[in-house]
Design a protein around this ligand. Sequence first.
Ligand code: PLP
Length: 432
Amino acid sequence: MQTTNSHTLFNQAKQYIPGGVNSPVRAFRAVGGNPLFIKSAKGAYLYDEDGNSYIELINSWGPMVLGHAHELIENAVKEAVSSSLSFGAPTRKEVEMAELIVSMVPSVEKVRMVNSGTEACMSAIRLARGYTGREKIIKFEGCYHGHGDSFLIAAGSGAITMGVPDSPGVTKGVANDTLTAPYNDLEAVQTLIEANPKNIAAIIIEPVAGNMGLVLPKNGFLEVLRDLCTQHGILLIFDEVMTGFRLAKGGVQERFDIMPDLTTLGKIIGGGMPVGAYGGKKEIMDFVSPAGPVYQAGTLSGNPIAMSAGLAMLRHLNTQPEVYSQLESIGGKLVAGFKENLKKLGLNYTINHIGSMFSIFFTDQEVYDFETAKSSDTVLFGKYFQAMLKRGVYLAPSQYESLFLSTALTDEHIEKIVHANYESLEEILVKA
Ligand SMILES: *Cc1c(COP(=O)(O)O)cnc(C)c1O
């Protein structure tokens, strides 16, 4: 693996871009070494500026669920480009997009397009506050909902504390309005609700959490959350930016048959273009401006190129249900291979898995929330990451991320990845 050009570009980048990147995790700080600068990608492969190729297990953090540069999406974008890149006026494509989302995502009756997952989550929270006339929200420790101020809050050392800002620049006032509970901890949620009677606007959750590594909801957890919200007049928001159109056509809500009041979407919805959306019950969505009083706007929202890419992606997923059985099968084979490797090497690491998402945690402990995720040996993970990279497999550069599979992975790729996994584990254990 040669990285001369990436190295030079990174040094140049650091002069002009904070930390050399436009989004922090890209800098490889959690795994050491320098980031690879990517030149192009096709199907299951990523190509860097030094001419190396890698099998892709991130896929732009989810969106490239059909693999890179899929011709359906490429053609849709090419066709749209010649009609101008933006109008700032309504288009037919936005209507088609909204109709399609409503038909695919079970709880969504009306939807508003935005430009990122962050924007979707910020807007959904404002809407929940405007609709309920309440101020506080509950989020779960280890869940990521974009970089909006309200979401950059970690729990204190106790299970149930007032939010403490995770980042300078988030005011105490904002932090005080965000309450946090450990993932999968219903008792903590109940206590927060009782301590803040009629003042909680929304509970926002990744119904399958992918931002502390992959963490699944325990049996009954989401059902009881749903009941608690209904009982106390709280809006339940599913952040399906990661899981939407991935774990099923209609996301986790379809897969587990639990209906939130609002849903946030992103990643796959844009087919690789910057797109987000939030939607839900008509009655709530009609509170959004100009139908209602809650203001939310966007110069480039519903952008025709982004809509073209997203529409091509969603239409394909909607009409080709075999995509989902394919994703399940690819995920199943990879995880079976990894488990077999662990067994052969006498290791007891935890693998969390659902459909086309999984994480290997370098810990023997069961991982069901942020605390247990943190029992992982992140130094060992860093070595594993580098060992896999050396063998041509591109993983998420952090222990606290899920992997995202695409339908471009063939049995041959899977075999290569499983083999690389075995060799990498063996190598880092000898060194360790
Ligand atoms: C990626 C992500 C976001 C933020 O989306 P951006 O497009 O990066 O702003 C929000 N929620 C979840 C669950 C995500 O995975």
